[in-house]
Design a binder for this molecule. Structure first.
Ligand SMILES: Nc1nc2c(c(=O)[nH]1)N[C@H]1C(S)=C(S)[C@@H](COP(=O)(O)OP(=O)(O)OC[C@H]3O[C@@H](n4cnc5c(=O)[nH]c(N)nc54)[C@H](O)[C@@H]3O)O[C@H]1N2
Ligand SMILES: Nc1nc2c(c(=O)[nH]1)N[C@H]1C(S)=C(S)[C@@H](COP(=O)(O)OP(=O)(O)OC[C@H]3O[C@@H](n4cnc5c(=O)[nH]c(N)nc54)[C@H](O)[C@@H]3O)O[C@H]1N2
Ligand SMILES: [Mo]
Length: 668
């Protein structure tokens, strides 16, 4: 039997899948051939997903802790006992503390609309739990883009195979947005040029026709330097700017500071390179920039993205279907979040905690968090300032519940572990933050063991708390219908019934509507944004660099073989990824007496990490790259890479700054 499904992982491609079932078991997973974005091609990870479903690390039953936190001491219990324990503990907390001393913590373990954010939000709203600001991924860049465009909507990627100049800027598309690379390859076959701008000569840099190897976090300065040249050379699109944008005069003034001399010094590019990039970008149409997450995981990440986002407006790239930019297209889908998440159930204001600052929140003694409920996330691997987070989870007075598919590093710190279904075991509605297809996937197999989907567990908790509202009984089908309760879906006849029949529907008339309907307050693309002053202190993307006061800057981007920390336990993929390692420039290696394969210590005031040295020219002097979020136990000293990263916040959007990590290096 063959089933339709959608990959639920936190990846722009949201691939449509074909799942082959034999004897009620998943036999094979491949890409759906009819889906216009997947085109029958999936990554090496999802193709191996059955290894996750049937992994011996699956949590299959509820468990309670019977030994020390962080050790593998658990005893199987029933669902009844698990729910009763949680309710009793929380009721005790509610008696003695404010309701917002209970903290939900989740991110994007599944991107399924329902199991990502629906019943959970209803439940925690009604409970009056603390609010979580979900900023760990793209908050800085999303906000930066929005300051120019008002909403996370860019080019429809389907057209990018007709682009003539494609820039992969701080995005390792070959690893993280495979189908965008496939569209680029198609464009290249029709004469397009592909450029990569990155701090590592990675797979996307090799794939590109031209690679611009820049210094970390110098992207905003580079964008303004490019703009300066384009304006000086009179290569900007006057008519487009006049008709569709606001504040160009002020922006033009700003760019004057970014002379080639200054920009080359900051970015590390030569004047020849800077000129070539600027002129080719301005004169080749349609041009398209894929703006990645890498350049925004920095202290100046919001501003970097803001500045880059304005380049397509400067050259009028938006006039072409195949032109413009994508930071995120999550704004394509008008999901009815009010109906789905029911913010009206929240009776009074509660405190808000930024997930980047989890460690700080857990060590707040004045206003203590007494319980944390983790789902869709693995904070003891993915959150910055790991040692502070760990110290928090080790608190004996913190009641920890973890709802997980796997015995992750985080699950080992739980008081109660609840078993979660994989996406092949539950129903969900799927969108994407890159393409414009919406889908509904029914479960392909029965849940393993006693595992349950998020929506069901939150329903159970709500009933156990005696919450009477009908909405706590909604099933996946009812939730999906509510999600689609919007005039856009109605006018386009996009209903759950149609989705059940057709599996997926491609949304029409999607793309950045620059003409008078731009999503900003002024209905124009904004070179200048006076409203930004409140949150950023400036009305123009004035970009500066920063110093970490350390000899090295450590960049820790995703691994091609994992999906954040997911898949890191799968042997077949681990064979490819190898052990946790760090790329070091040859000159730095010589200076520190380090040879290939040596174990080295990368450290700072927060922690220390032991990694295998890879000596190469892929990184510049002063830059270290360690790819992949391995589970803590995979590191020689059990210190995951986030032991080193900081919980400071980005300039704009209060986002994570994983890549602005100052470190020192020594041979062991
Ligand atoms: N295989 C795989 N795919 C994934 C993921 C995964 O873990 N593995 N994660 C998913 C998630 S959650 C996300 S958010 C996306 C992220 O995917 P991307 O948008 O590609 O972002 P990153 O991989 O974080 O960083 C991209 C590149 O930015 C570079 N970089 C770092 N600092 C700078 C800088 O200052 N300037 C420039 N120009 N480049 C810089 C890094 O070297 C890296 O090559 O991928 C998704 N897809
Ligand atoms: N140093 C460094 N740190 C980073 C990054 C980086 O590049 N460098 N990237 C950051 C980024 S961009 C992101 S998005 C975050 C990602 O952080 P997370 O969203 O925490 O990502 P994962 O590591 O994939 O962990 C997701 C967990 O959810 C579980 N899960 C999956 N499906 C379900 C489900 O249906 N129900 C429940 N209850 N659980 C489920 C999975 O088993 C998995 O353990 O990490 C961030 N951390
Ligand atoms: Mo992310």
């Amino acid at each position: 039997m063959k089933c339709f499904s959608v990959c639920s992982h936190d990846c722009p491609d949201a691939c449509a899948l074909e799942v082959e079932i034999k004897d009620n078991l998943v036999a094979k997973i491949s890409g759906n051939k009819d889906h216009p974005f997947t085109q029958g091609i999936i990554c090496n990870k999802t193709a191996q997903y059955k290894e996750v479903v049937y992994s011996d690390k699956r949590v299959l039953y509820p468990h309670k802790r019977v030994g020390e936190k962080g050790t593998n001491a658990f005893k199987r219990i029933s669902w009844d006992e698990a729910i009763e324990t949680i309710v009793t503990k929380w009721q005790r907390i509610l008696k003695n503390y404010t309701s917002d001393s209970i903290l939900p913590y989740s991110y994007a373990g599944t991107e399924g609309v329902l199991n990502n954010a629906s019943m959970d939000r209803r439940f925690f709203n009604k409970l009056g739990a603390a609010k979580l600001l979900r900023t760990i991924c793209s908050a800085a860049g999303t906000k930066g883009f929005e300051l120019a465009y008002g909403k996370a909507i860019g080019t429809n990627p389907i057209y990018t195979s007709n682009s003539k100049f494609i820039v992969f800027w701080g995005v390792n598309a070959l690893a993280t947005n495979l189908h965008q690379a496939i569209f680029a390859q198609k464009a290249r076959q029709s004469g397009a040029k592909i450029v990569s701008i990155d701090v590592e000569k990675n797979e996307t840099a090799h794939f590109a026709d031209e690679f611009y190897h820049i210094n970390p976090a110098s992207d905003g300065i580079l964008a303004l330097g490019i703009a300066n040249i384009i304006i000086n050379e009179n290569l900007y699109d006057r008519e487009f700017i006049e008709n569709n944008t606001y504040g160009f005069g002020a922006f033009k003034e700003l760019t004057k500071q970014y002379t080639p001399n200054i920009v080359c010094k900051q970015t590390g590019l030569s004047e020849k390179q800077l000129n070539k990039l600027s002129i080719e970008y301005a004169t080749t149409h349609p041009s398209f920039i894929r703006i990645g997450n890498g350049l925004q995981h920095h202290l100046n990440g919001g501003c970097n993205t803001w500045a880059i986002s304005l380049l397509p407006a400067l050259v009028g790239a938006w006039k072409f279907k195949a032109g413009g930019a994508i930071k995120s297209n999550s704004g394509y889908f008008p999901i009815n979040k009010n109906l789905l998440q029911r913010p009206d159930l929240l009776a009074s204001k509660t405190r808000t905690i930024n997930m980047v600052e989890l460690g700080k929140a857990l060590s707040d003694e004045k206003n203590p968090i007494k319980s944390i409920y983790v789902y869709n996330s693995n904070p003891l691997v993915v959150a910055p300032n790991h040692n502070l987070v760990k110290k928090g989870f080790q608190r004996e007075d913190l009641f920890v519940v973890v709802h997980e598919r796997l015995w992750t590093t985080t699950a080992l710190y739980a008081d109660i572990v609840l078993p979660a279904t994989t996406f092949l075991e539950h129903d969900d509605l799927y969108t994407s933050y890159w393409h414009n297809t919406i889908a509904f996937a029914k479960r392909a197999i029965e849940p393993l063991g006693e595992s349950k989907p998020n929506i069901e567990v939150f329903s159970m908790l709500a009933l156990a708390f005696g919450f009477k509202e009908r909405c706590f009984r909604d099933n996946a089908y009812e939730l999906a219908s509510q999600a689609l309760d919007d005039s856009y879906f109605k006018s386009h006849n996009i209903t759950l019934n149609r989705l059940l029949e057709e599996k997926f529907i491609v949304l029409e008339n999607i793309g950045y509507p620059y003409k008078d309907t731009a999503y900003t307050k002024l209905c124009k693309i904004q070179f200048k944004n006076e409203d930004a002053v409140n949150s950023t202190g400036k009305d123009l993307p004035e970009c500066t660099d920063f110093s970490t006061h350390c000899p090295f800057i450590l960049i820790t981007p995703p691994n091609k073989y994992f999906l954040n920390s997911t898949f890191a336990h799968i042997d077949k993929l681990r064979k490819n990824s190898g052990v946790p390692s760090v790329k070091i420039n040859t000159k730095d290696a010589i200076k520190h007496g380090i040879k290939d394969n040596d174990n080295v210590e990368v450290f700072n005031e927060q922690g220390s990490c032991i990694l295998k040295a890879v000596i190469c020219e892929d990184v510049k002097e002063g830059v270290l790259i360690s790819r992949g979020l391995y589970w803590a136990d995979d590191y020689i000293n059990k210190q995951p890479i986030n032991a080193l990263t900081s919980d400071k916040l980005s300039d704009i959007g209060q986002g994570a700054v994983f890549f602005s990590t100052g470190v020192e290096l020594k041979k062991l």
